[in-house]
Structure formats: structure tokens, C-alpha cells
Ligand binder design. Structure first.
Ligand code: NAP
Length: 339
């Protein structure tokens, strides 16, 4: 995207100063909502990049990226254009990226981040995450039955070898914070005592039917900020992540009732709930109406105590991203990934 297209803010835009923020253990404030950039194998990189440009103009300041989403170089063009045009300054954005599962070998993390920095046209990312806690990967766009015969179960020693590389890149100031994703309480208990630099963030699946209360509370107790992925229940997720019996969060009666009583869309109920709980939702949409509505949802009032109480009944323990494509030979089922 050239700088000219990013000159002006959207006239309907939301002042980022009015978006609620959370305070990290470091004392720094971060926006309480951001935008996801995974096109779910449905949206091509230019469509996602155009949405990032629109979102920047509208007032989004936090973006969740990853090399495996296949669009970092186009999104980097948008960021570069936004800085050149003066729409935003680098310090005003909070940009996240992640090391993918095929880059867990010795020396790989720095290489992976270097490619991301080149693609995103940045000198540093604000947060760099270990995308999954094992080196098991699948081909982009694969179906749910795909398995990689080289896949292995979680190993705390192997994870710490990756984490030591994360600590190095933090030391080099190439990532302001480092964090983890797709963890469990058991895995965190195995690795946190061994961290020289602790994770400032954990990114994990969170939506009304899947609040992961124990893990969420554990993170809070450890002073780790949670980032909520699939905050709307990811209705457009890839086919490999769909199973019979999956809950549709935006159609849950508990969500629908609050939406109806307030005259708002169910997506806004999900996002208000997320921020009220203390997570940072990163909803994805390439549609202007939707991504604008998502940011607007958290700038007005959130949910009342009575509504938050009613939302507890929406919990169905319904994990959507089961991760079965990461299973190793001999694993019983996707539940093994989440022990
Ligand atoms: N760390 C990880 O392993 C991990 C895993 C999964 C996702 N993520 C991150 O989390 C982000 C969000 O997850 P997600 O995209 O799977 O799920 P999501 O944000 O819960 O759902 C996105 C879907 O919701 C629809 N939508 C968005 N806003 C809407 C609105 N206001 N009204 C109605 N529908 C709306 C979109 O449809 P339209 O396109 O039609 O608007 C899209 O199909 C990803 O983009 C990615 O950055 C991280």
C-alpha cells in the first residue's frame, strides 16, 4: 500500500486514546483489543492487508501477525506506508508476531524473526510469541486428517531450548516482550520456573463457550496478560478446525439475550465480555462494517455485573482449534495436545 492511501484518518474513526487499555506487570499500557490477521485459508493476503490499512485509519493500534498466515510482507507495506504518511508513529503501534513450528531448531528463532522484521518492515516487534509448544507443523491449507510423521509430544527440555532463543532476541531488543501461545497450566508449570525472562503474554483460545477459567486465572496469578484468539468463536475457521457438535458462540442463548436487550450485535457481546474479564480479544474481519463494529464494541460501556454473571452460563468447554493436525504417531486423540 502506498503512503498516499494511508494519509487520512477515517472520518468515523475512534480516537485510540478512548480505547480501554490494560496495564502490564512492566507498568506499560496496551490496548485492550486488537485485530487478528489470519485469513483462515479464505482471504488472500491483499484483502487482509487492505483490512489492516482500514483498521489503522479507524483507530486500531494492536495487530496480531504470524509468518504462517502468509501475509506479513503485504501487511508490512501497510505499516511502512502508515509511518511514512504520518498516520501513526511506530511507538503508537503494538505489533505481535510468532515463530512457527518449523523454526524451533537451534538458531532458527533469530532467523525467523529476521524474516518477519524484513517482511513487516520493522526494526523490532512489540511481542514475539512461540506459536505452538512443539515443533509439529502441517502444510498450509491442509485438511483435518493430515499428519506429519515427524511430530513429537511436548517436551519441557525442547521447549526451553526454544525459549532460550526467545530470551536472546529479547536481550537484543528485537522483541520488546516475549510470550507463549497454546499452552496449558501443566505445561506452564513445567517451564515457568526455568524461564530467565518470563513470558509477558499468553495467547490462547477464549470465547464465551470456552473461557479456560483455570488457565486464565493461573495467568492472572502469574502476572501474565492473556490475549484471546477466536474471540467471536471463529465462525470462518478452516474446515480442518470444524467438528460436529462445535458451539456457535454468537448464537448462544446467553449471548443472544444480552444482544437483544441492548439492541447490539452478538459479536459486540462477545468482545465486551472478553475485555471485561481482562483478556485482549483480537477479532478478525476483512469487512469494514465488522472490524469497525468490533473496535466500537469495547469503547462504550462493557457488561454489567448481572450480565457477566449470566454469561458464566455460556461456558460449554468447547475448544474449536483442537490442533489434531499436530498429533504425533501413537497419540490417542487431540485431547493429548492439551494435557
Ligand atoms: N495463536 C494461535 O494459535 C491462533 C489461533 C487462531 C487464531 N489466532 C489469531 O486470532 C485471530 C482471530 O481468530 P479467528 O479469526 O479465528 O476468529 P474470530 O475473530 O473469533 O472470528 C472471525 C470470524 O468472525 C466474523 N466476524 C468478525 N467480526 C464480526 C462481526 N462484527 N459480526 C459478525 N461476524 C464477524 C468474521 O467473518 P467476516 O470475515 O465475514 O467478517 C470471521 O469469519 C486470528 O486472525 C489470528 O490472528 C491465533
Amino acid at each position: 500500500m502506498n503512503a498516499a492511501g494511508l494519509k487520512s484518518i477515517d472520518p468515523k474513526s475512534i480516537d485510540p486514546e478512548t480505547v480501554p487499555s490494560f496495564t502490564l506487570s512492566s507498568g506499560e499500557k496496551v490496548p485492550s483489543i486488537g485485530m487478528g490477521t489470519f485469513g483462515s485459508d479464505r482471504y488472500a493476503p491483499p484483502e487482509v492487508a487492505a483490512a489492516v490499512a482500514g483498521a489503522l485509519r479507524f483507530g486500531y493500534r494492536l495487530f496480531d501477525c504470524a509468518p504462517v498466515y502468509g501475509n506479513e510482507s503485504l501487511i508490512g507495506g501497510v505499516f511502512d506506508g502508515a509511518f511514512r504518511s504520518g498516520l501513526v508513529e511506530r511507538k503508537d503501534l503494538f505489533i505481535i508476531s510468532k515463530v512457527w513450528n518449523d523454526m524451533h531448531g537451534r538458531g532458527d528463532v533469530l532467523l525467523s524473526l529476521a524474516k518477519t522484521l524484513k517482511d513487516l518492515v520493522l526494526e523490532y516487534v512489540d511481542l514475539y510469541l512461540v506459536h505452538w509448544p512443539f515443533p509439529n507443523y502441517h502444510a498450509p491449507g491442509c485438511d483435518g486428517d493430515a499428519r506429519n510423521p515427524d511430530s513429537v509430544p511436548f517436551s519441557a527440555d525442547d521447549y526451553m531450548a526454544v525459549w532460550a532463543q526467545m530470551e536472546s532476541i529479547a536481550g537484543m531488543k528485537l522483541a520488546r516482550y516475549i510470550g507463549m501461545s497454546n499452552m496449558t497450566v501443566g505445561k506452564l508449570k513445567a517451564v515457568l520456573p526455568r524461564c530467565r525472562v518470563r513470558p509477558a503474554f499468553i495467547e490462547m483460545e477464549q470465547h464465551p463457550s470456552f473461557g479456560q477459567r483455570e488457565l486464565f486465572d493461573y495467568c492472572a496469578q502469574e502476572g501474565i496478560q492473556v490475549i484471546d484468539y477466536c474471540p467471536l468463536g471463529s465462525p470462518g475457521r478452516p474446515e480442518r478446525d470444524k467438528s460436529p457438535g462445535d458451539v456457535v458462540d454468537m448464537e448462544l442463548p446467553e449471548v443472544a439475550a444480552i444482544a437483544a436487550s441492548r439492541g447490539i450485535h452478538p459479536s459486540q457481546v462477545c468482545l465486551k465480555w472478553a475485555v471485561q474479564r481482562g483478556g485482549i480479544p483480537i477479532p478478525f474481519s476483512v469487512h469494514e462494517k465488522n472490524y469497525q463494529s468490533n473496535l466500537a464494541a469495547v469503547t462504550g460501556d462493557l457488561l454489567s455485573d448481572a450480565e457477566m454473571e449470566a454469561m458464566k452460563k455460556a461456558e460449554r468447554n468447547c475448544r474449536l482449534v483442537k490442533g489434531q493436525v499436530f498429533l504425533w504417531p501413537g497419540a490417542k486423540g487431540w485431547e493429548d495436545l492439551w494435557e
